[in-house]
Design a protein. Sequence first.
Length: 130
Amino acid sequence: MTVIKINAITVPADSGDELARRFAARAGAVDDQDGFEGFELLKPTDDRTTWLVITRWRDDAAFEAWVSSPAFAHGHRSASERAGEGSSGEQPSGEQSPGEGPARPVGVHSELWSYEVAGGSTATFSSSGR
């Protein structure tokens, strides 16, 4: 059964666009992971500062395998660490722009939430558009 992992990342009010840029720079990095079913980054449309990273997995074992993988560790280091320039312990949002020193993490707090689908519906489309 599909499981949904939500990483709720709180960022300073002026840092959301930077978080989105850093995720865009790593787009597709998890796509080939066994059991990965999808990803969405949700941007708040009100005055909240918590962004949601929604991932879907075949099961908890697939998610745990990814978290334990070298690919996860690689993607959750700073850009300078991935380039072999040090080991500052930065998190995934700790990337840097060319010519700058190691960037600080964008997020000031995060929580991992876990859900499974308990119900819902899917729109069906016909050749006429609906």
